[in-house]
Design a protein around this ligand. Structure first.
Ligand SMILES: [Zn+2]
Ligand SMILES: [Zn+2]
Ligand SMILES: [Zn+2]
Length: 80
């Protein structure tokens, strides 16, 4: 923490102190699952590209329920 922040408190701009660069868990600028300002990742609104999040790289299990649905759509797509 910088001296100015010690005396007058942090100069928060959302989750980031403009003066010393300290972050806090409030006021994030969420861009999907990742905060644009401090880079923090939350477990919501991932940008799934197949089984992987394009933003934070998190992997997910593709549920068999979804696969079943996809197969059903494929069958419909090919016609009777
Ligand atoms: Zn500060
Ligand atoms: Zn943030
Ligand atoms: Zn993500």
């Amino acid at each position: 923490m910088g001296l100015a922040c010690k005396i007058s408190g942090h100069k928060w701009s959302g989750c980031l102190c403009e003066r010393c660069g300290q972050t806090r868990d409030a006021g994030h600028f969420w861009d999907g699952c990742r905060c644009r300002r401090c880079g923090r990742v939350r477990d919501e609104l991932h940008d799934w590209d197949g089984d992987k999040c394009a933003r934070c790289g998190k992997k997910r299990e593709v549920s068999s329920h979804k696969l079943d649905l996809d197969l059903r759509f494929l069958k419909i797509g090919h016609g009777e």
